[in-house]
Design a binder for this molecule. Sequence first.
Ligand code: GLA
Length: 386
Amino acid sequence: MKNKLLKEFQAAFPRSGEPLAVWAPGRVNLLGEHTDYNGGFVFPMAIDAGIGMAGALNGSTAVNLYSLNYDVGDSFSLQEIKPSPKKKWSNYIRGVCKEFQSAGFTPQGMDIVIFGNVPQGAGLSSSAALEVASAVLVASLHGFAADAVEMVKMAQRAENDFVGVASGIMDQFASMMGQKDHALFLDCRSLEYELIPTPFEQKGYAVAVINSGVRRGLVDSAYNDRRRECEEAAALLKRELPEITALRDVTVEHLDLIGALPEVLAARARHVVTENNRVLTGIEALKAGDLATFGEALTASHRSLQKDYEVSCPELDLLVDLSLRHSGVLGSRMTGAGFGGCTISLVPRQELAEFEEKVTAEYFAQTKLQPEVYVFSASPGARLLT
Ligand code: GLA
């Protein structure tokens, strides 16, 4: 990847200086969906697909970008950073530069090439990978003393303020802090985390990711509505439970109180509260080597996202149902924000080929969409490619 990036940089910016190359991965969330912005628990892993960048300072106040995937360039001035209405992909980098400025740093002009191999709009966090790669590149080129978690927050704010999605911190955190062969158990309130070994392979299983082919438009979706509904539910529950500040503080013992909320808010809150609980019990099972219980938590998570949180779609439900029908599959659910994107399933390795063949054939027969199947391994987070 490094050599490709450096070669392409030379071709795009022949007069520029020696570039640095960086990499930031996408992520698959194993458990804990729509809990991060409620201050709750998540359990994602960084994957071996992501975004690479090569860049050098150019001695001006302009940032010149070249996307190898789109085969198109863009430029913006650091003197007044504004979103681009046309080249939306460049807004992630614009937003990150602006965040460095807001944090008191002074980025200089740069020439940058970008190449990604993580599917876009598939719920695998290509956006977070782009933001995190930008942050690591900008910091490395200038020698800025921003620590990893600070950059995670800048990347998240770039998405919130510049791209317009009120997303939580999970994706950027996973992209920055992932570790090989581990998933991240993250408390999204304190940002304390624990690296948990992923024992799937040793136990003869794989996490099969299936891309439904339904593209998920986060900005246009009901994501921001869900966030608002959660805040409303928390505000109403606070009347009975004055000590709470977010749904994170509500537990399964409060399900009765939740049931008394207006119907939609009750369903949203029920999802968040039970999902937080599933992260805790799922990780406990994983630590005990009990993949069957972990798999059950995956499927229960899907049903909750489907029925209570209402962020699934018929295609994702179909993939989950087809996957669960296959013998030996321990669990299946949608991953990411929903409304399209991918499912994950815990599949016996020796069944993988047949699983892929059967599920994709049946899915295509029913939807006329060609799904893609990936088996990612848990991978290290963002880094300078030396
Ligand atoms: C998107 C957001 C995350 C998180 C998930 C849902 O990926 O970027 O912050 O909220 O959706 O779990």
